[in-house]
Design a protein around this ligand. Structure first.
Ligand SMILES: Cc1ncc(COP(=O)(O)O)c(C=O)c1O
Length: 141
């Protein structure tokens, strides 16, 4: 009997066309595109083409597209960028049911003198907007 996998939020198999597009870079054309030597650096154009394609797909500019290695790195980079963009704001509002990559990051920020509010969710996983408003997320302390 076939399995029904219900956690595509966590990972998915790659589509055959994705595998086909990626195969050369897993086999013959591998290397580190950030290398200073040609063996890897010749792949920089491939990355930039992919960046431009993703940007076009989501209506962004290529310079707004950052490739990361995983969800944890993405979450950490996004939160860090938001905090860096507003250094005067020291209050993070999140939900109590975020992925551990978010919650652990917030715990670290608490030790760095950020105030963190963890909003509860109801049995359907929904936030009460009233709680969000009461958390006063735009305050600077
Ligand atoms: C919402 C969410 N954030 C972050 C992650 C972590 O992703 P990774 O294991 O790629 O670091 C997951 C993984 O399931 C996730 O579902």
């Amino acid at each position: 009997m076939g399995m029904i996998y219900l956690d595509y939020n966590s990972t998915t198999p790659v589509l055959p066309e994705v595998l086909e597009a990626m195969l050369p870079y897993f086999t013959d054309d591998w290397g580190n595109p950030s290398s200073t030597y040609r063996f890897g650096a010749k792949l920089k154009g491939v990355i930039e083409t992919a960046r431009a394609q993703v940007a076009e797909l989501i209506g962004a500019s290529p310079r707004e597209v950052i490739f990361t290695s995983c969800g944890t790195e993405s979450n950490n980079a996004a939160i860090n960028a938001a905090l860096e963009a507003s250094p005067g704001k020291r209050h993070i509002v999140t939900s109590a049911v975020e992925h551990s990559s978010v919650l652990n990051y917030c715990k670290v920020m608490e030790k760095r003198d950020y105030r963190v509010t963890y909003l509860p969710v109801d049995r359907d996983g929904l936030l009460k907007l009233e709680n969000l408003e009461n958390a006063n997320p735009i305050s600077s302390s």
